[in-house]
Design a protein around this ligand. Structure first.
Ligand code: SAH
Length: 526
């Protein structure tokens, strides 16, 4: 059993929408060096971001998050600081697989139940996006290795990882301490220590993993989506964006959709990131959260409401009726992560095949609604993360450092940034991307783990603990095993069992009577 604390979360996202307007705050203190008139920034990354913004103007929260998390020059996941690890008691946060080995074991069992329910495919690939230290996959593969038929069906394992440093850690754990990573066309590879003869491949984006004639995909995403960049929009019912204003986009100039007059009308404005200046007042996303820290005097950046439309504000808030419904609610705030939507769409297409191309002759009724893929839908994706079950996240961008909530706008690259996952948006995107999938959940993590038998597995571990040593050691081990279990299924207001959710994407089998529910989502082992 491992660790004793968990990744900090805010409960703000669970509150009903719409949110209260963000407040304006007093001026910030800006740091200047004593010896020169040069402004001081908290990190080199903050300085280079500020310099870039001087040229481009304020940037989207998504662009800011992307740089802070995965910039090759000092991003949170991509930098390597000797002696510093993001994960664990001495790091910044701890995740479920790091708390208890039982978590990964149950995820392995879940994959096995899907393999059984879907007819025991003899060609399987396992894909994990954002594997961290590799702990989850290590426990998953160790568990799968005891189901011989399933283990033998695994042809390849793919890991999508942005961080070279975490990639090495994963290779050590999953391949053995002496793991040597070989470069390949895709990225890198090494042998799996759990699945004999099977290679583990690393790449930096899921799009690099071949789709055509691939084995059945079994996909895992644990605390990955919360790390993907978000855009934040605010509804301004009486927007004064002039009718004549244009926005430059990569595909050319765009005019906002509105009437010919310059009368005020409802518009989504994007919240952008700009450096703090002596005269800055800020629009903050923190003002509605009781657990959030107040904006700090050392912030390098702040949020500011765009005065004109941005390419994203013209498009993203129009992509779902859920957003449209809030467009006239003063100061309603919504977070949208297009990168998350393209990841889940990619999962769905791998499992269920792509949508058929639109018919060239709309008057001719379409003869087939099925996807053009050769194989029938097969495989599954399990998404485990935190966020509200039904509402749209708002005001959930957070910084985490040394197990404490901190401002996302100070110490760029030294602070983990994350935002709540919009599960309904993920489900909508999966269903829109493929006619061959269905989505189950989200369900609370506690319900998911309990229906997979976490209580029984923990009792088994406790019974087996006596073999390991003396009485004191034994008591300590029982305490840790049981402590980890309780933490994972804690249904208290800020408990992991309630805040973390599980969602599954599985094949939609036409003609099958009734819906087959996966285990953990109301179904039984088949
Ligand atoms: N699943 C692990 C780690 C979660 S932290 C666990 O639960 O313990 C997020 C992980 O996603 C890290 O491995 C990080 O390096 C990776 N990551 C973050 N953004 C990414 C991106 N844009 N592309 C690929 N990997 C990314």
């Amino acid at each position: 059993m491992r660790g004793n604390s968990f990744r900090l979360l805010r409960t703000a996202a669970l509150r009903p929408q719409p949110r209260k307007p963000a407040c304006s705050l007093p001026q910030y203190g800006i740091r200047w060096s004593s010896s020169s008139a040069e402004r001081q920034w908290s990190t080199p990354l903050a300085k280079s971001l500020a310099k870039a913004i001087e040229t481009t103007g304020p940037i989207s929260v998504a662009a800011y998050m992307r740089q802070c998390l995965t910039s090759p020059d000092g991003g949170y996941y991509t930098r390597q600081t000797p002696g510093h690890d993001q994960f664990g008691a001495k790091g910044d946060f701890i995740t479920s697989p790091e708390i208890s080995q039982v978590f990964g074991e149950l995820v392995g069992i879940w994959l096995y139940t899907e393999w059984l329910a879907q007819g025991k495919s003899d060609r399987v690939q396992v894909i994990e996006v954002g594997p961290g230290r590799g702990t989850l996959l290590d426990d998953v593969l160790r568990t799968i290795s005891s189901f011989k038929g399933f283990a033998q069906s695994i042809e390849a394992i793919y890991l999508v990882e942005a961080s070279p440093h975490l990639r090495s850690q994963q290779a050590k754990l999953l391949s053995g301490t002496e793991a040597v990573l070989q470069e390949t066309d895709l990225g890198w590879k090494a042998r799996s220590k759990h699945i004999p003869g099977c290679d583990i491949h690393w790449c930096e984006d899921i799009r690099f993993i071949p789709k055509e004639s691939s084995p059945t995909p079994f996909i895992l995403a644990h605390e990955f989506f919360d790390a993907l960049p978000i855009h934040i929009f605010r509804a301004v019912p009486h927007s004064h964006i002039p009718a004549s204003s244009t926005t430059l986009t990569p595909t050319g100039p765009l005019k906002p959709k509105r009437g010919p007059s310059s009368e005020p009308s409802p518009q989504w404005h994007e919240l952008l990131v700009a450096p703090v200046t002596a005269s800055s007042t800020t629009t903050t996303t923190f003002s509605t959260s009781s657990t959030a820290p107040p904006p700090s005097a050392v912030d390098d950046f702040h949020l500011t409401l765009s005065k004109a439309p941005t390419p994203h504000s013209l498009y993203l808030p129009r992509t779902s009726a859920r957003y449209e419904a809030l467009a006239t609610t003063p100061d309603a705030t919504i977070e949208i992560s297009p990168e998350s939507l393209s990841y889940i769409a990619d999962f769905a297409v791998r499992i269920g095949g792509a949508n058929p191309p639109p018919s060239p002759t709309p008057t001719t009724p379409s003869t087939t609604l099925s996807s053009p893929q050769a194989q029938p839908p097969s495989g599954c994706a399990l998404i485990l993360d935190y966020g509200p079950a039904t509402t749209i996240p708002a005001a959930t961008l957070r910084g985490i450092r040394s197990h404490h909530a901190t401002s996302p706008f100070a110490s760029a690259g030294l602070v983990d940034l994350s935002a709540d996952v919009d599960f309904v948006a993920l489900a909508e995107a999966a269903l829109a991307a493929s006619p061959g999938v269905e989505v189950h959940g989200p369900v609370q993590q506690a319900d998911f783990l309990e229906s997979l038998g976490i209580g029984e597995r923990v009792a088994g571990l406790v019974r087996g603990k006596g073999k390991s040593g003396g009485k004191e050691e034994e008591e300590e081990m029982v305490r840790r095993i049981e402590g980890g279990w309780k933490r994972l299924v804690d249904r208290g207001p800020a408990g992991m069992g309630r805040i973390y959710k599980a969602m599954a994407v599985v094949p939609h089998r036409e003609g099958v009577k009734g819906v087959r529910r996966p285990v953990g989502f109301g179904g039984d082992v088949v």
